[in-house]
Write a protein that binds this ligand. Structure first.
Ligand SMILES: [Zn+2]
Length: 434
C-alpha cells in the first residue's frame, strides 16, 4: 500500500506515474515543522536495515527521498524511537514523580504536572502545540511534486468527505469509572438535543458493567467501543502482556459488537493494536506532547495503521488538559483548535470524559462546544464508526474517466464527490468539484 496514493485516491494514469524521487525535488520549506526533530532531519528515508535505535539518517542528500517511508514513520510514530533518548534523566524524574505522587497533595500533583506540561510545550520542536499538520503538508508537497513531474497543473481526486461536506467531527467519550457510566445519559441527552450521536469507549473489567447498561444508548444510535481491558496501565508493558490480553479484549469486542478501540491513557503501538479484531483505532493524536507516551502523527485526517485497521487521530485537546494542566477555558481552548481543524478540512475528533464533566458548569461548557460545532457550516458530525465506514468505502473506491467526466467507482460511488488539487505557486490548493 502506498500511503501517499491511498491518501489522495488519484486517477490511475497519475497513480502509475508515481516513483520515488530525490529529496532535492521537494521544496526544503515544504514541511518546516517536520524537517528538524530534536536536531535530526526526520524526513529522509532510513536505510532498509535501519536499526531501531536510529531510524532516521541525518542530512544525507544521497539517500533517495521516499515519501511513503517518511509518512509511515510519522503516522506510526516510528520516529519516537530516535528520541526515546529524551533520556534517562526524564525517566528518572518520572519515576520519582510516581513514587512521590501518593504523598503529594492534589494541588502539588497538579502543579508538578503543569510544570512538566509547560516544559514539554516549550521544548517541543516536533510536534507543534496545540496543533500539528506536518504530515498533511508533506502529503500536499508530495502530490505537488508528482504533478510537476507529470507536467500537470491540477488533478481530480476522491473528496475527503461525503458529498456536501468540507470537514467532519466526532464526539467521543472514555468512560473511566462508574460515575462516568451513570453520566452517559446526561451527556448523550445534550447531543440528542442537537440531533447528533456520539461514541462511548467502555472499560470491560474495571467497574461493573454489562451490555444492558448501554443498550438504550445504542438503540438511540450511539456507538459503543472498547477502552482497553481493565485500565491498569500495564496493557502496553510488554509485547507478551499485550498479546496475552488480545483474546480477552477481542471477546468484549465481539460480545459488544464493537468496531472501535481507544487505548487507556493513549498508550499505543501500531504493530500491537492492529492485532485486535477492530476496524478502527483512535488512540493517536496529531500532537501528543502532554500524554504519558510522547509523540504525534501530524495529521488531521484519517489514515491506515496497516492494510486493515484505520486510525482516527484525536485532533482536539482533551478536556482535562485544558482544565487541569493548562488552566485554560475549555470552551475557548476547544473553539480555537476546532476552527484550526475546520480550516484544514480535517476531522475534529473530540474526547470528553463523562467522569470529569459531572458538575453542571462543565455540562454547560460541553453544551457550548456541541452548539458551536453543530452550528458551523459544512460539517459532517457522525459517530467514529460512521466516519471509519465512510473512509473505508472511499479507500476501496476508484476514479474512472467516462466521456470526459471523472466518476467515482466502488462502494463510495453514491455519496463521494470528485475534488480537485490545483498547483498554486509552491503549494497546493484544494477545490471541491472538478
Ligand atoms: Zn481512560
Amino acid at each position: 500500500m502506498s500511503r501517499l496514493l491511498d491518501h489522495w485516491k488519484l486517477p490511475q494514469p497519475l497513480e502509475k506515474s508515481y516513483r520515488p524521487w530525490q529529496g532535492g525535488s521537494l521544496p526544503p520549506d515544504a514541511v518546516p515543522q517536520l524537517s528538524r526533530f530534536c536536531g535530526r532531519t526526520i524526513w529522509i528515508h532510513p536505510s532498509d536495515t535501519a536499526d531501531p535505535g536510529s531510524p532516521f539518517t541525518t542530512d544525507d542528500e544521497k539517500t533517495p527521498f521516499r515519501p511513503d517511508v517518511s509518512i509511515e514513520s510519522v503516522q506510526l510514530e516510528r520516529y519516537t524511537g530516535a528520541v526515546a533518548a529524551e533520556g534517562a534523566k526524564t525517566r528518572l524524574l518520572k519515576t520519582a514523580y510516581y513514587l512521590l505522587k501518593p504523598l503529594m497533595p492534589r494541588s502539588a500533583q497538579l502543579a508538578a504536572q503543569r510544570m512538566n506540561a509547560n516544559s514539554r510545550m516549550r521544548k517541543s520542536v516536533y510536534p507543534a502545540w496545540p496543533g500539528d499538520d506536518s504530515v498533511d503538508h508533506l502529503l500536499q508537497a508530495a502530490l505537488g511534486c508528482l504533478l510537476d513531474a507529470a507536467g500537470l497543473e491540477r488533478t481530480p481526486f476522491i473528496g475527503f468527505w461525503p458529498k456536501g461536506y468540507r470537514w467532519a467531527a466526532c464526539f467521543t467519550h472514555d468512560v473511566e469509572m462508574t460515575a462516568g457510566l451513570r453520566a452517559m445519559d446526561r451527556m448523550a441527552g445534550i447531543e440528542e438535543e442537537y440531533g447528533i450521536r456520539s461514541t462511548w469507549y467502555i472499560v470491560p473489567e474495571r467497574y461493573p458493567v454489562k451490555s444492558s447498561d448501554f443498550a438504550s444508548l445504542r438503540d438511540r444510535g450511539h456507538e459503543i467501543g472498547v477502552h482497553g481491558l481493565n485500565h491498569d496501565g500495564k496493557l502496553f508493558a510488554s509485547e507478551a502482556e499485550f498479546m496475552r490480553r488480545v483474546p480477552l479484549i477481542n471477546r468484549y469486542i465481539r460480545e459488544w459488537e464493537a468496531v472501535g478501540f481507544r487505548s487507556p491513557a493513549l498508550y499505543r503501538n501500531a504493530d500491537w493494536i492492529t492485532r485486535l479484531e477492530i476496524r478502527y483505532d483512535t488512540s493517536y493524536m496529531d500532537t501528543a506532547i502532554l500524554e504519558p507516551q510522547y509523540g504525534g502523527v501530524g495529521m488531521v485526517l484519517p489514515y491506515y495503521l496497516d492494510d486493515r485497521v484505520l486510525e482516527l487521530p484525536i485532533t482536539m485537546p482533551m478536556d482535562h488538559h485544558l482544565i487541569n494542566l493548562l488552566r485554560k477555558d475549555t470552551v475557548q481552548g476547544m473553539s480555537e483548535k476546532f476552527r484550526w481543524v475546520v480550516e484544514r478540512g480535517g476531522l475534529a475528533n473530540f474526547l470528553f470524559h463523562p467522569d470529569y464533566n459531572l458538575e453542571q458548569e462543565r455540562m454547560d461548557d460541553y453544551r457550548k462546544v456541541v452548539d458551536e460545532v453543530t452550528g458551523t457550516e459544512g460539517g459532517w458530525v457522525a459517530t467514529a464508526a460512521e466516519i471509519a465506514d465512510w473512509w473505508d468505502r472511499r479507500h476501496r473506491s476508484h476514479l474512472r474517466e467516462e466521456t470526459g467526466t471523472i466518476r467515482v467507482d466502488g462502494p463510495a460511488a453514491d455519496d463521494a464527490e470528485v475534488w480537485t488539487a490545483v498547483r498554486d505557486g509552491t503549494g497546493l490548493r484544494i477545490e471541491r468539484g472538478q
